[in-house]
Write a protein that binds this ligand. Structure first.
Ligand code: HPA
Length: 271
């Protein structure tokens, strides 16, 4: 496994020369715009890197963009890989560990999510305070490499309190409203039934989505500081009349993404 990480990381390092991105960002559905703010970007399509999984969802470009944002070297994954695409959980582990090997100490996760709370309407931003893994899968299952992290990693502060405070501060300075809440992950790819949405709300979750949790688990396991923000694109199924579509998700994400981009740029500049 270690060899595999090194093989992929070496290909990336070769392409970015001496750049050592300290912050890695994974951009969710419709959130790719942040990568366009990067100065003098080096763009690497996943297809140019042997050993990397490919993203197949519309709204997810499938490339790395590396360069300066807010005066810091960052690496953006524009287009993530999801479990529902059929990727083995170990592939997600490989990707996140590669980010660490390339130099990232901080992992900033973004996603599009459905709201489970009436006072968290579409277009809101939710800082993830904690998560519930309801996907039935875990990328850390399998033999553990103690050189990467412990067998039984602690998740009592999976989302770094220190970085969360900095994101809150950045949002305040940008005049952007930011709520906090718990993210629950399902495997997808179907949207939830109204009964499931009702159950998730009762379980204590505030937003539901199909990503992020695997990356957090792997990031924390290998010692990265993790922080995450959900863009609320819709109310959960059954909370309003009408069916859910991926098109609606992209549209709402576009609007709120602009706000989130400002918050992230400020967070990075002041970090
Ligand atoms: N459910 C699951 N994932 C999502 C949703 C949803 O309602 N909206 C955006 N991603």
């Amino acid at each position: 496994m270690n060899e595999e990480i090194k093989l992929i990381a070496d290909q990336i390092k070769k392409k970015i020369g001496g750049i050592k991105p300290e912050i890695a960002l994974i951009l969710g559905s419709g959130l790719g715009g942040l990568a366009d703010m990067i100065e003098n970007p080096v763009v690497i399509p996943y297809s140019e890197i042997e050993g990397l999984p490919r993203s197949t969802v519309s709204g997810h470009a499938g490339r790395m963009v590396i360069g300066k944002l807010g005066g810091k070297d960052v690496l953006c994954l524009q287009g993530r890989v999801h479990l529902y695409e059929g990727h083995a959980p170990s592939k997600i582990a490989l990707l996140v560990r590669t980010l660490k090997e390339v130099g990232a100490k901080t992992l900033f996760l973004t996603n599009a999510a459905g709201s489970l709370r009436k006072d968290l309407p579409p277009g809101s931003l939710m800082l993830i305070s904690d998560h519930i893994n309801y996907a039935g899968l875990n990328p850390l299952i399998g033999p553990n490499d103690e050189n990467i992290g412990p067998r039984f990693p602690d998740m009592s502060q999976a989302y770094s309190p220190e970085l969360r405070a900095k994101v809150i501060e950045a949002a305040e300075k940008e005049g952007v409203s930011l709520k906090e809440g718990i993210y629950i992950m399902t495997s997808g790819p179907n949207f939830e039934t109204p009964a499931e949405i009702n159950m998730f709300a009762r379980l204590g979750a505030d937003a539901v989505g199909m990503s992020t949790v695997p990356e957090t688990l792997v990031g924390v396991h290998c010692g990265m500081k993790v922080v995450g923000v959900s863009v609320i694109t819709n109310y959960g199924a059954g909370m309003t009349a009408g069916a859910l579509t991926h098109g609606e998700t992209i549209e709402q994400a576009d609007k709120a993404a602009k706000k989130l981009e400002r918050v992230i740029a400020r967070f990075i500049a002041e970090k």
